[in-house]
Design a protein around this ligand. Sequence first.
Ligand SMILES: Cc1cc2nc3c(=O)[nH]c(=O)nc-3n(C[C@H](O)[C@H](O)[C@H](O)COP(=O)(O)O)c2cc1C
Length: 329
Amino acid sequence: MGYLHRITRPLLFRLNPERAHALALRVARHGGGLAGRVLGGKRVDGLERTVAGIRFPNPLGVAAGMDKNGVGLRFWSAAGFGFAELGTVTPRAQTGNDKPRMWRLPPQRALVNHLGFPNAGAAAVAERVRRTRRPGDVVGLNLGKNRDTALEDAADDYVAALQATADVADYFAVNVSSPNTPELRRLQTRPYLQELLGKVREAAEGKPVFVKLSPDLDEAGLHEAAETVRDAGCAGLIATNTTLNKPEGCDLQGGLSGRPLAGRAAEVLGILRAVLGREFPIISVGGIDTPEEARARLEAGADLIQLYTGLVYEGPGLANRILRGLKSR
Ligand SMILES: Cc1cc2nc3c(=O)[nH]c(=O)nc-3n(C[C@H](O)[C@H](O)[C@H](O)COP(=O)(O)O)c2cc1C
């Protein structure tokens, strides 16, 4: 943990998690590049790589959900991140599930969230990104469906969100794995996924489409989803979203993220690599909160990595600590 975060964390942890997050995002939004550099440290160079035809300044990204409305691009890049996945955005703005809907589990270094995609709507997010994006920023747009859209019509929502954000996205992430929108995860099964990806790929007009999977799929489910994604001509997979498998005695509603997810996220990466071979791009996410875990994930075959919960416990200086760790090889 950086020294500044050692001071600010106890203050932030006195607020409920959603308020603390809103406050942190306000700093990211208004403090921009300066706050990013002060809180994050010096940018680490020399870790560039090209994945799915996109040149990434380094392999570490901000995971979806951290910056749902795309307010902090300058902050993320100044803090060292090589890319930011914004969203999940839905075609229409929505408020999400009832509060409280986000909890910290400090002993486990984990979070539970039941947000349900609160966001400003795809067009509004795109407009903000259009104004703030700078050359060299790598931006992913994570797409979802509105809560009140029937599963049968889901593809229309993904396509609408994609079209509204197309000019500001370097890649799209099709989120079919959030546990907090009823039935969403059924879209991971072959018939739904095939139809959905056919339409999304057509709308994407050649721009890379990644698909984000749940860690709660069993091995057969992961095989089925991975093959469907590959056969649909998608650019890659993101693994994983949050899990419904919570620690013993935890009866909070929603998805678990952070350190307890690391083992399963690494396991899923191994399963996907075994199905898809070495070449198919995979972004690994889930419980990465140390330089060692970041390196282990890349060595296990991840092309890129992302994190969210680690930032809550470690602060934005974590990005640079991870990157320095990767470089010292
Ligand atoms: C509060 C919160 C909100 C999230 N919102 C989204 C989201 O909107 N879309 C999405 O694809 N993933 C979302 N995620 C999942 C993260 O992107 C990531 O897959 C997961 O948290 C595991 O990574 P971590 O252990 O580093 O947090 C969210 C996670 C958290 C903790």
